[in-house]
Write a new protein. Structure first.
Length: 94
């Protein structure tokens, strides 16, 4: 099913075949949100990427279309995720 067919089917189910209430632009936006949600929940799309580490650089730009990071390795060893709250607790920051 392509985007146009999906829009037509959704419009029919919404009883708005002339797209007076929900334009095709709005439908496309909602369809894309739903697809992104499905991808995030199921992790059905994966891509492997690499980057070079630069001394004293703390932040790195992620590729466009980035959704979720599953694993990070450094020199063949997997790095464990630590959230900001946990780091703050370890440093004694409230």
């Amino acid at each position: 099913m392509n985007l146009s067919s999906l829009q037509t089917e959704i419009s029919r189910k919404l009883n708005d075949t002339s797209n007076d209430r929900w334009s095709t632009t709005i439908l496309t936006s909602r369809i894309n949100l739903i697809i992104r949600d499905i991808v995030l929940r199921t992790k059905c799309l994966r891509e492997t990427g690499t980057d070079s580490i630069i001394a004293n650089q703390q932040e790195y730009a992620l590729p466009s279309g980035y959704v979720d990071m599953i694993r990070v390795t450094l020199d063949g060893k997997e790095l464990t995720y630590v959230d900001k709250k946990e780091l703050d607790m370890e440093a004694g920051i409230d």
